[in-house]
Design a protein around this ligand. Structure first.
Ligand code: SAH
Ligand code: SF4
Length: 446
């Protein structure tokens, strides 16, 4: 039951992002020159020349994002004796994921000779940060650059960190661009550039933990807004760019390391994978990865969903809901989140709300209403607040709780489902217009 009512209290997983009149901290910097930036008071712009990370650009394979078996094979190839391989893999996993080192020289219990061999053959360097923005309420957004794979060009993706009292949520990407073309999604207007590797997916989490001092020897930047106790990054939502289930193997490897007790040790209940509805991979997601599932539903009739989320033509609602019912581990304590973007006069009528409740009957579900986040060139508009309220009230009365989130002002453009690549950056005028709009973002529920 809702205890109080405000324009924002229908929000569950989202946090409201608004423009504030205070400037943001922006920087261009190299990775090992961050502390001055991290400690810069809000409102101060700090810029440094952009310097490429030579080790990562060297083309050496990374040890990050390998399964234990793959890492064992890699070590055997540089001459680690077979009977030592298992022990060395555990040692390296501990350094990489528990201690968070990004330099072989810090692996103090690994003999110098082996460290040199590792250094010559592999990299464990972090991706480069091109830009960082820190909102005056603590939300952080990073633009990261990954090296080219094969003949391609370097790629850039954005990542957002949303701190709250009891948790810190990181929104990460699975692809650069997206091959799907959901008509309300800005990423959908960009072509798919490529899948991210397991290393690159995991690197997003490692980088955020580095920046927030979330490893044992790390220190949290002065003045940073982070949860008051526990992990600084306690939750992950895979709601950045791309369709994670079209990059299943890499996403699986990365999330299994992120949730491995000897890896990054995140609780599987705190990792949410969002899909537009790639039905054949839904069962495997629960069975092989075991994380929480979110479905980008957005419409309750096939004719409308075909237009909003065109993958619906391939996997219509009936098949999607059936796959949800069969999601491994589903219970009232482990519900599926159904995301529903509120589009004015498109899907926001009370009739839609009624059909939504009917459609989800018997599925342990949470409904997450997302105010549409407009972008330049879109024909859609966000539903009126009053209409969103009515819609929310209806689904509340049908028994779907809408926990109240305190609205928080935001001064940086940071919205999951809106993260983009450098190649697709808006012109400054477009950006300013965009930033002047109220935008919505996701957090994650426990
Ligand atoms: N491809 C996956 C995950 C990334 S999108 C998926 O579609 O689920 C993450 C969420 O942001 C999805 O629910 C998506 O529908 C939503 N989203 C995309 N564009 C949006 C916009 N302009 N306003 C509000 N939500 C949006
Ligand atoms: Fe791709 Fe998801 Fe955007 Fe659809 S909503 S275009 S699947 S990122």
């Amino acid at each position: 039951m809702r205890e109080k009512c405000s324009a924002f209290d229908f929000l569950d997983m989202q946090t409201i992002f608004r423009l504030s009149d205070r400037p943001v901290v922006r920087c261009m910097e190299r990775w090992d020159n961050v502390m001055s930036v991290m400690q810069a008071p809000a409102g101060l712009a700090v810029k440094a020349p952009l310097i490429a990370n030579s080790d990562l650009m060297s083309g050496k394979p990374s040890l990050i994002g390998l399964t234990r078996e793959e890492m064992g094979e890699a070590l055997a190839e540089i001459g680690v004796p077979q009977k030592q391989v298992k022990m060395r893999v555990s040692q390296l996993w501990n350094w990489l994921y528990v201690r968070g080192v990004s330099d072989f020289d810090n692996m103090t219990n690994v003999a110098k000779e082996l460290r040199e061999k590792l250094k010559a053959a592999f990299t464990i360097a972090r991706p480069e940060i091109v830009e960082e923005q820190i909102s005056n309420d603590g939300t952080r957004k990073w633009l990261m650059r990954f090296p080219p794979r094969g003949a391609g060009r370097p790629v850039e993706i954005e990542m957002v960190y949303i701190p709250e009292e009891g948790r810190g949520t990181l929104c990460i990407s699975s692809q650069v661009g997206c091959s799907l073309t959901c008509s309300f999604c800005h990423t959908g207007t960009q072509r798919l550039v490529r899948n991210l590797t397991a290393e690159e997916i995991l690197a997003q989490l490692l980088l955020a933990r580095d920046r927030l001092g979330d490893f044992p020897d790390g220190s949290t930047p002065v003045g940073a807004y982070v949860p008051s106790e526990g992990r600084k990054v306690s939750n992950i939502v895979m709601m950045g760019m791309g369709e994670p289930l079209y990059n299943f193997e890499h996403v699986k490897t990365a999330l299994l390391i992120a949730t491995d007790g000897d890896g990054l040790s995140l609780s599987k209940r705190r990792v949410t994978l969002s899909t537009s509805g790639v039905v054949p991979e839904i069962f495997r997601t629960g069975d092989e990865i075991g994380v929480m599932l979110a479905i980008s539903l957005h419409a309750v009739r096939d004719d409308l969903r075909d237009m909003l989320v065109p993958i619906n033509k391939k996997y219509p609602l009936k098949e999607l809901i059936e796959a949800c019912r069969n999601y491994p581990g589903l219970s009232n304590a482990r519900r599926i989140t159904f995301e529903y973007v509120m589009l004015k006069d498109v899907n926001d009528s009370l009739e839609d709300a009624k059909m939504l409740v009917q459609l989800l009957k018997g599925v342990p579900a949470k409904i997450n209403l997302i105010p549409f986040n407009p972008w330049p060139g879109t024909n859609y508009q966000c539903s009126d607040w009053a209409q969103i309220e009515k819609f929310a009230d209806f689904i509340n009365q049908a028994g779907y709780a809408s926990p109240i989130r305190t609205p928080r002002g935001r001064d940086i453009l940071a919205a999951c489902g809106q993260l983009k690549s450098e190649s697709e950056r808006m012109r400054k005028t477009e950006r300013l217009a965009f930033e002047a709009m109220m935008i919505a973002n996701h957090g994650a529920d426990d």
